[in-house]
Design a protein around this ligand. Structure first.
Ligand SMILES: Cc1cc2nc3c(=O)[nH]c(=O)nc-3n(C[C@H](O)[C@H](O)[C@H](O)COP(=O)(O)OP(=O)(O)OC[C@H]3O[C@@H](n4cnc5c(N)ncnc54)[C@H](O)[C@@H]3O)c2cc1C
Length: 286
């Protein structure tokens, strides 16, 4: 459990981080909270020759409402997101997800940028960010680009980020009428066995539109596209109907199996968690 030797350096700005990434090529890795990268290095699943610590890049921290929506710097910790009043009112599903990650120590160190870039199949944020239609701002020597969550997460441990790019900001463009994230946590790590987020549009006491996303079930988080249109017109208090309409939330998905949960169990829990997320969001809308 000791990492292979590596060089350590710090960046003081996004531009300097990009320069260092270019100089060291694919041998370099950015370091944010270190709560995924360092365990992987200890297990020798990752062996970067150079770590570029982002901790001094103050411009990557913080939460602000701007013309683009709610902007969250990549270095903002899970704890900061969980306790933010702005996140709680604009994107409550994201507060739920941040507050349910790991334990206090993990939440105080881990960052939204690090978690998103790492793209663990069982990470909490991807479901919330897909349901909330988040955008990812990415910087490189060639400038900045913005990618929707649906394109950012490519596969297990794979995103659209190139080795010489820095994720700078997560943007939630619009507040849904109501949103929520719930999960069935693994009892030891608290990673979701299955997690679900729902973001609802509401009209006259009923669901007008729904975006539902699941994590933990497959190699990457995904939208429950078959279920979403069925929920239009369902009353906010109609729990039974919500439960029955969320059946098949992960239909057609190649579910994962591991020592803790089989594929069939994950598919069954996908229905349960999707219904709970919709019901929780509907309760907030009432
Ligand atoms: C005991 C334990 C329990 C956990 N439980 C959960 C849980 O319940 N739910 C959950 O979702 N997660 C959980 N995690 C993971 C935790 O949330 C990590 O903090 C997170 O996955 C990684 O964020 P980080 O800031 O620590 O990133 P790091 O570990 O520093 O980096 C992760 C990866 O992202 C890259 N990276 C970091 N920042 C950037 C950036 N700005 N731009 C481009 N690339 C970047 C790094 O190069 C690295 O490849 C747990 C971790 C531990 C150790």
């Amino acid at each position: 459990m000791i990492p292979a030797s590596f060089e350590y350096t710090t960046a003081d700005s996004v531009e300097q981080a990009i320069d260092l990434l270019k100089r060291h090529g694919e041998d370099a890795k950015l370091l944010a909270g270190g709560h995924s990268l360092i365990p992987m290095m200890k297990l020798r699943l990752a062996r970067p020759g150079v770590l570029i610590d982002l901790r001094n890049v103050t411009g990557l921290r913080g939460i602000a409402k701007t013309a683009r929506g709610l902007e969250i710097g990549a270095l903002t910790t899970h704890a900061e997101i969980a306790k933010s009043g702005e996140v709680a009112s604009f994107a409550p599903a994201l507060s739920d997800a941040a507050g349910a990650i790991g334990d206090v120590q993990v939440r105080n160190m881990g960052t939204i940028g690090g978690s998103s870039a790492h793209a663990d199949a069982a990470a909490d944020y991807p479901a919330a960010l897909l349901a909330l239609d988040a955008r990812f701002e990415i910087a490189s020597a060639g400038g900045r680009r913005t990618v929707p969550a649906g394109e950012f997460f490519v596969d297990m441990f794979t995103t659209t980020l190139a080795p010489d790019e820095v994720l700078t900001t997560v943007i939630i463009p619009q507040a849904a009428a109501a949103s929520a994230y719930v999960k069935l946590p693994h009892p030891a790590s608290h990673y979701p066995v299955v997690g679900a987020a729902a973001a609802l549009g509401v009209e006259g006491g009923a669901i007008a539109s729904a975006r539902i996303a699941l994590t933990g079930v497959a190699g990457k988080a995904f939208r429950a596209g078959g279920v979403e249109p069925r929920l239009a017109g369902v009353g906010l208090s109609d729990r039974r109907r919500i439960e029955s309409l969320c059946t098949g939330a992960a239909q057609g998905v190649d579910a994962r199996a591991d020592v803790y949960a089989g594929a069939e169990y994950r598919l069954a829990m996908a229905d349960v968690m999707a219904a709970r997320a919709v019901a929780a969001a509907a309760a907030r809308a009432r």
